[in-house]
Structure formats: C-alpha cells, structure tokens
Ligand binder design. Structure first.
Ligand SMILES: C[S@@+](CC[C@H](N)C(=O)[O-])C[C@H]1O[C@@H](n2cnc3c(N)ncnc32)[C@H](O)[C@@H]1O
Length: 272
C-alpha cells in the first residue's frame, strides 16, 4: 500500500531534474532508488497506462507546489505546528525553510516510516525544523498518538493530507475530517487533495492490479467547499488546470468534459 509513496518520490525526483523545477526535492531520488524505482521504473504496460502515468505524475507535481505554497503561507500566518497525514516520503521537513520553533509531525504506519528512516540515515539528512514521526494507522486513535508525541491542539496547526483521501472509503474520510477539526484551534489551516469526480472510472477501473489507481476508492463530494463549511472550515477549491496555468505549466488540451470544482483544497479554520 505504501509503495505508492515511493512512486510519488520518483515523480518528485524527475521534477527536481528539470531546469525550471517547481520545487527541488533532493531526497526524492534516494527514496525512489531504495524502492527500486530509480534510475528506471517498470514501463507502463500499454499506451493507456502510459497516458495515465503521465497524467498522475503531472498532478503530483502541481499538488506538491500547491501545498508547498500553502505551508509557506501558514508559517507566515504564525502557525508553528505542521502535521503531515499519510506523510509517506514527503521531505518537506528537510527541504523547506521553516521558522524557528516549528514542530513538524509525520503520521504514517510503521513500515513506510522505518523505510524512510533508513534512507534518511544513509543520506545523513538533517531536518530544518523539529521533526517528529508518529507511527499509527489513521483508522486507529491517531489524535491520541499525536498528542502523546507532543501535538498541542490548543495551538493552531496546519494539516496536510496529500494523496491520501482517495485511498480511504467515504466514512473514513468523514471520520478523519471530524478528528482533524476537533484538533484544530481557530486559525488552523489545511491542505487536502481530493480525487476529482470521475477519476476512478477514468483511471481506476482498468488500472493494473497493485498500481496506485487500482487502490483508489473515494472521490470528492459534489460541493467540496460546502462540505468543509459544514465541518467549520472556510475553504477554497482549485482545479489542476487553473493551478497548472498559474505555475507556468498550462495544460494545452481542452477539457474533455465540463470541469467541476477542483480537488486541490485550501482551508482555514473558522474563528468561532
Ligand atoms: C500516495 S502516498 C502519499 C504520501 C505523501 N503524502 C506524499 O504526497 O508524498 C499515501 C500515503 O498514505 C499512507 N496511508 C494510507 N492509508 C493509511 C492509514 N490508514 N494510516 C496511515 N497512513 C496511511 C501510506 O502509507 C502512504 O505513505
């Protein structure tokens, strides 16, 4: 399941090699290599799989940049607690500039965190903030584990769930959001990526067994902003197309269908 996290690292390693990279993730290549996906990864089985991989890779690059910006804004707003849910091979603790006193929690299950730790040791990587890993399954009582690791729900937090919710069934997504909301002091922020409507039908149904897309189970609600308002958040949704254009990577092909709200979400916890 967490092999998908190494696939994401491979995409970030490729982006890092570009001259006009939207971010530089120097550890991504080491994660991909340790996972057997660098310098090359198994080629897509057919043309449709190749197109899917290209599209998914593109979306990973854009969402990474989107959430990097969101985190910088959160730091600028004074937030000093960061929680990466389903952190995988996210290397933001190592590659971004953090204000002093920032505590960054990486929540994932033990196996990916152990794999990550071994690569970090081998690379002699040094975090640029206080980095705390929390090995817990998000289906269990992770708020307790996070609190035990030092998270303070009374202080604002910026939460990131990147490439995670698409793998969780709808009731698990609801529960996760309820729990995030309960742990979020006013002024907290959140960055989410949601599967856009129809993506499972387009990408998942004929995906090869074991591939990331074959494990996708949930798409965003019809009205993500309204959904988050109901949970106490002021949210904005962005489409991949709009963000890609803003970052100088416009999608040249016209949309195949009318585009609904986007799956890149930024939100601020309402002050009550
Ligand atoms: C596609 S990866 C994305 C990783 C990271 N957020 C990124 O974008 O680089 C999904 C991650 O979610 C984690 N994950 C999925 N279900 C989980 C669960 N129930 N509890 C904890 N982590 C989970 C996986 O282990 C994996 O590392």
């Amino acid at each position: 399941m967490w092999a998908t996290a190494v696939g994401v690292a491979r995409v970030r390693a490729l982006e890092t090699e570009r001259e006009n990279a939207l971010f530089r993730d120097r550890l991504a290549q080491a994660f991909a290599a340790a996972g057997g996906l660098w310098p090359s990864s198994p080629p897509p089985v057919d043309e449709a799989a190749r197109r899917r991989r290209t599209a998914v890779s593109f979306s990973i690059v854009i969402r990474t940049k989107f959430l990097d910006d969101l985190l910088r804004q959160a730091s600028a707003s004074g937030i000093r607690q960061v929680v990466l849910l389903g952190a995988g091979m996210d290397s933001r603790a190592f590659r971004m500039d953090w204000p002093e006193d920032t505590r960054l929690f990486e929540v994932d299950t033990a196996a990916p965190l152990d794999f990550k730790a071994s690569v970090l040791r081998q690379e002699r990587a040094v975090a640029r903030c206080e980095r705390i890993t929390v090995a817990v399954d998000l289906r269990e009582d992770w708020p307790a584990a996070l609190a035990a690791a030092g998270h303070d729900p009374a202080a604002p937090t910026v939460w990131i769930a990147e490439g995670l919710l698409i793998y969780l069934p709808a009731d698990a997504v609801e529960l996760l959001l309820d729990r995030i909301s309960t742990q979020s002091a006013p002024g907290s922020r959140m960055g989410l990526t949601l599967g856009s409507r129809g993506v499972i039908e387009r990408f998942g149904t004929d995906a090869s067994p074991g591939s990331a897309a074959s494990m996708w189970v949930s798409e965003m609600p019809d009205d993500p902003v309204g959904w988050l308002t109901g949970h106490g958040w002021e949210a904005q949704s962005h489409t991949l197309r709009e963000r890609a254009a803003a970052y100088g990577r416009p999608i040249s092909s016209p949309p195949e269908r009318e585009e609904g709200p986007g799956g890149l979400i930024s939100a601020v916890r309402r002050r009550t």
